[in-house]
Design a protein around this ligand. Sequence first.
Ligand SMILES: NC(=O)c1ccc[n+]([C@@H]2O[C@H](COP(=O)([O-])OP(=O)(O)OC[C@H]3O[C@@H](n4cnc5c(N)ncnc54)[C@H](O)[C@@H]3O)[C@@H](O)[C@H]2O)c1
Length: 338
Amino acid sequence: MRLLVTGGAGFIGSNFVRCILEKRKDIRIIVLDALTYAGNLDNFPGWVWEDANFCFFHGDIRDETLVRNLMRNTDKVIHFAAETHVDRSIDNSDPFISTDIKGTQVLLETIRKEPVERFIHISTSEVYGTTEKVPMDEEHPLKPQSPYAAAKAGADRLAYSFFFTYDLPLIIIRPFNNYGPNQFPEKLIPLFITNAMEEKPLPVYGTGKNTRDWIYVKDCVKAFEKLLDVDVKKIKGEVINLGSGKDTNVLTIADTILGELGKDKSLIKFVADRLGHVKRHISSTEKAKKVIGWEAETDFQKGLISTIKWYKENEEWLRKIKEGKREYKEIYEKWYRL
Ligand SMILES: NC(=O)c1ccc[n+]([C@@H]2O[C@H](COP(=O)([O-])OP(=O)(O)OC[C@H]3O[C@@H](n4cnc5c(N)ncnc54)[C@H](O)[C@@H]3O)[C@@H](O)[C@H]2O)c1
């Protein structure tokens, strides 16, 4: 089976690629990634490049010719590529509209001409906005609260329209907050871990009481693998949440990380709240259980400890980003002014 993975050099995509290559000899992976600041070839260790089932194309999902050429030889698609950082979208929404909506449209138009067996569209729980009922199921109203969330909601509904209008095999997945190895350190958990390691302040928005439903990326990747295999008739046109059904607030995360690393609580620094900040997220887990037989396995505390261990053991990966990536320094200095 030939699987096109867009955005495979990013956080979730690279965890997915490594997991599939390790476990499955029946899948040939073709990664298409533009290598934005968030894409990182260091997410693929040497053994990945040596695997005959791995193939990497440096290119943009908005490039219609390239996408069409790749799609011609594709059986299934999993579409991760996106601009993904809420804070950056508040600063400048342009790249979000362009990649997340226009890029998705290019892929969808392409599968009208070059049909595939299934197209798994990775949306996000951010499309819901703050929880109006607990837990949040797939029927929860869509009230995106940031330009990122709005762009993803546009792409999510565009994907649905291509199922509805053209009867294409679209499946829309809404993961809640992922954490784990290889996450770019602008995102909350790796930012807190790496700052704590360096005894730098941990910037906490507002009161720190906002909560999210956190899933360990390796659990999420297992759900994606199931989505490759389950009978397409069962999932075509469906929207499925991937969450743990539990939520944890930011202050608790900061406390736990500092505790695990033996650092002083005085490193916590409260900063002005994020504009449009989502207050609470907690996923219903029913549909994922029922339709694909998946539920999150990793307890948050355990997943967090494994993640801390990974960042401690991969200082070189981290150093290259923190010292080398201009985009990291810019957003950090502009955003938190610490
Ligand atoms: N991280 C989370 O907690 C989370 C939660 C829910 C949903 N999601 C969704 O999952 C997907 C992956 O998220 P992530 O955290 O791994 O993101 P990421 O920012 O780490 O990676 C995104 C990848 O997409 C690539 N990319 C960006 N623009 C591109 C373009 N125009 N053409 C080709 N490639 C491009 C980047 O180079 C990068 O490798 C995204 O669609 C995101 O919205 C993420």
